[in-house]
Write a new protein. Structure first.
Length: 211
């Protein structure tokens, strides 16, 4: 799994004035919690780009005052107008403590239903999971190659050891939908059959009158 290194500096002042000064200098105030101690520090705004501005799930290696902590990003606050990064919270990873994270859902393979006119629709792009640090995945991959027209895959169809899903197991994650044009093509022969059967009967009535 890819890890982003955050080189932090301990905060010696925690007031609003000190916070404004940090941000003005291009730094972001941060907090690390979840382990044996809570640490307030700051780091250059540029150090968070590969951690925050990506759809991928990545770990953080926070280095502060000669100590290194494995952590996950828990929260990021932004200015509502400028969208500038204002504050970041990290949760330290403890080997025996499960953590809640959001990871990408990746569909692999081409559904056989697509070859017959269907369209693959991915319902969920990310999944919220609960797992120990050792079981955290970069992403969760689901093979959809065997899906046919009208098939639906749900969370209960995913089996990844060591991971619990924090959404209902009935939630759909992907489906192969049948486009309207395909439905109309399938319905046309069925509608034509009764009409074809009725035609000979209608043609026979004049002959009966001659008798």
């Amino acid at each position: 799994m890819q890890t982003v290194v955050i080189n932090g500096t301990p905060r010696t002042e925690l007031g609003k004035k000190a916070t404004r000064a940090l941000r003005k200098a291009g730094n972001v105030p941060c907090n690390l919690y979840g382990g044996t101690e809570s640490i307030n520090f700051y780091a250059p705004e540029a150090s968070f780009r590969k951690l925050i501005y990506t759809p991928e799930f990545r770990l953080a290696e926070v280095q502060v005052d000669g100590k290194t902590f494995k952590a996950i990003l828990k929260d990021a606050q932004y200015d509502p107008i400028s969208e500038k990064l204002l504050h970041v919270d990290f949760q330290e990873l403890v080997d025996t403590v499960k953590v809640k994270v959001s990871v990408p859902l990746i569909l692999t393979g081409t559904p056989k239903g697509v070859a017959t006119g269907g369209k693959l629709e991915q319902v969920l792009r990310r999944l919220t999971i609960l797992a120990l640090p050792k079981d955290l995945p970069n992403a969760i991959e689901v093979d959809v190659a065997e899906m046919d027209l009208g098939d639906i895959k749900r969370i209960r169809d995913i089996n990844v050891p060591g991971i619990s899903f924090l959404l209902s197991e009935s939630n759909p994650i992907a489906r192969v939908i049948v486009p309207r044009a395909v439905k109309e093509e399938e319905a046309a022969p069925a509608a034509a059959a009764p009409a074809a059967a009725a035609a000979p009967a209608a043609a026979a009535k004049p002959e009966e009158k001659k008798k």
